[in-house]
Design a protein around this ligand. Sequence first.
Ligand code: C5P
Length: 322
Amino acid sequence: MSASGDRVVVRAPAKINLALRVGALDEHGYHDVVSVYQAVSLFEEVTASVPEGGAGLSVTVRGPGAAGVPLDGTNLAIRAARLLAERAGVPAEAALSIRKAAPVAGGMAGGSADAAAALLACDLLWGTGLTRDELVELGAELGSDVPFSLVGGTALGTGRGDRVTPVLGRGDYHWVLALATDGLSTPAVYAEHDRLQAGRPARELEPQVPADLAHALRSGDAARLGACLENDLQDAACSLRPELRRVLALGEDHGVLGSTVSGSGPTVALLVPDSSSALELAVALTASGVASDVRRVTGPAPGARQVEPVATSPHHPSQQSR
Ligand code: C5P
């Protein structure tokens, strides 16, 4: 057991994509992308504890959509813990408990955040002492969005989206997230993108933040940022889920600063000037029935970090929201 004690709690943020440009498909079935990520204040929480009695790895999941998350060896948090144990040469022994906040298969990298949080939590629990860069490298083996959840803030992702460089910027942005009941499969959305693009040459990508977006982020001007949100997967996501266009249209009617499908969807992120406009839009989205659920968040949020466990009480047997 490490200096961190027998229980470590880590929170890792979900993301939205301020820009997502999709280029050619590589020989491993991945697309070259240029992505500008922003971490938002929707946090996955992973608690890693020394297992009682039996050794090995186990996982429990609670929160919205928990029923859709596998509890076997394919669970991303389990895969993360196993990979870390292998590389660090320590026994893979931890009881992992995930509290979800991000939608499952929602285009917000909730599963990747679980993996990022599990990497850091097990590193602290086992005292393996990897650097953040080493954890980021391991994260890239688990999924394209895992490195960003470790880094947080606003960042450029290149390659598969997994080579992450922080982007300079200022300001806090207010987002309203329109959630859908059913997720979209990322491979299915990329496949639909390829189908829609068939016969056209792949987009040439410059591995840098698009110039208008870089200026907007440096100025901290939300209206400017709203005008340059872009996502090459949006048409594919809307083709598979046409009702997303109704969410985007409702946002426009309400005069949002900008809107975009996040990643491969189906979550839509709508940018508004302040918290009172966020509340108004959230009420309108809920009343219209075009979104199954709505969240108000801000970005940028920090990357995966340890938080204090909340004391266990007989009435509240596990960590509660703070
Ligand atoms: O890496 P991750 O597990 O997030 O990716 C899931 C799937 O999404 C990949 O197997 C691939 O089909 C698709 N993908 C892609 N290009 C990327 C990232 C993901 O085609 N840059």
